[in-house]
Design a protein around this ligand. Structure first.
Ligand code: NDP
Length: 323
């Protein structure tokens, strides 16, 4: 019988790549939708007829327990939550309820329904905050600087405690920023690749950005969901930093994206200091030694190839706008 996986946040970027991977592995895949009519089915549309979608609410323990009972999964991947970190200052209670307590509701449901269910929780480099140790690994102390980061720390601590105390197979992927053509345009990489494509095709005149020296450890979402899946296939549950180990600046991102469309970025990019983020960290870079050695995982898509992949996808989309 095929294995059953439940994916929360199925309508998001990672939801698409993970669902695709699981379907290719022969899983029966169930996706959780939140009750609000805010879902965007655009990303999962190509997979929709191969998925079973279920509505449930991470803010409601009964709803989650009923979902876990109905689906009877072997594995749960918890990808749900507002991934745009600055929003968590506007909705700190929602962030804590969904991304912090929501994970405890999943853990409690697993205990109640079937303690053999395996749980993958997606944590974040934001858990390290403005850390002065670089690179960070699984032993680096957490010091979150946003409600988002604090909620993810609470979740990671509860996952580790349920693992130790109840013996659950639950683990956290401490994921650094990851991108793809399916990334929302509010995030800087997609904002840049989309702008480069639209400027090339005459649909946009300029691109306004914040700090060009801000730097990130950026990877490809397809690589990161593979790591998440691999984490649940091990004999023992454990947490892993999932990153590339390399940091690149926004300036380099802009150079690469505009080079792809054969334009000089200096003619189109303006810097607006109002867009600088006070809590921006420039030290976040993951040490993936443990993932390489114990998980056998390493990223396959390099930053430059990622930017090219995203610009090419945005060129195709922008061309449709013209047609
Ligand atoms: P996306 O923003 O693309 O997708 C988020 C998903 O969560 C969507 O399905 C969204 O549903 C759902 N969601 C949003 N708010 C809620 C809510 N209040 N209750 C239930 N579901 C909700 O994010 P990614 O796919 O990029 O990220 C997946 C996970 O990985 C997230 O938890 C994110 O925080 C984490 N992460 C991501 C990183 C990245 O760089 N991408 C880095 C580190 C961690 P809807 O369609 O209804 O909005």
């Amino acid at each position: 019988m095929s294995r059953r996986a439940l994916v929360t946040g199925i309508t998001g970027q990672d939801g698409y790549y993970l669902a695709e991977l699981l379907l290719n592995q022969g899983y029966t895949v169930f996706g959780m939708l939140r009750p609000e009519p805010r879902q965007n089915f655009r990303r999962i549309a190509p997979l929709e007829d191969r998925l079973t979608l279920e509505v449930a609410d991470l803010r409601d323990g009964k709803s989650i327990r009923d979902l876990v009972e109905r689906v009877a999964p072997d594995e749960i991947y918890n990808l749900a939550g507002n991934s745009f970190v600055p929003d968590s200052w506007q909705e700190p209670i929602e962030a804590g309820d969904v991304m912090g307590l929501g994970v405890v509701r999943l853990l409690e449901s697993i205990r109640a329904v079937n303690p053999a269910i395996r749980l993958l929780q997606v944590g974040s480099s934001e858990m390290f905050g403005q850390v002065d140790i670089e690179p960070q690994n699984e032993r680096t102390p957490y010091c979150p600087r946003t409600p988002y980061g604090a909620a993810k720390v609470f979740a990671a601590n509860m996952v580790a405690n349920y693992r130790r105390h109840f013996g659950l197979f639950a683990c956290t992927a401490i994921a650094y920023t990851h991108e793809s053509p399916l990334r929302n345009k509010r995030f800087v990489v997609r904002k840049v690749t989309d702008a480069a494509a639209r400027i090339k095709l005459g649909l946009q005149d300029k691109l306004v950005l914040g700090n060009l020296d801000a730097a990130r450890d950026w990877g490809f979402a397809g690589d990161y969901v593979r790591a998440m899946w691999m984490m649940l296939q091990r004999d023992a549950a454990d947490d892993f930093v999932i990153a590339t180990g390399e940091k690149h600046s926004v300036r380099r991102l802009v150079e690469q994206a505009f080079a792809r469309v054969e334009l000089d970025w200096r003619q189109y990019v303006e810097v607006d200091p109002h867009l600088f983020r006070p809590e921006d960290s420039t030290t976040l870079r993951g040490d993936i030694t443990k993932a390489r050695e114990e998980l056998g995982w390493s990223p396959e898509v390099h930053f430059d190839d990622l930017v090219r992949m995203m610009v090419d996808a945005d060129l195709e989309r922008a061309a449709v706008d013209i047609a």
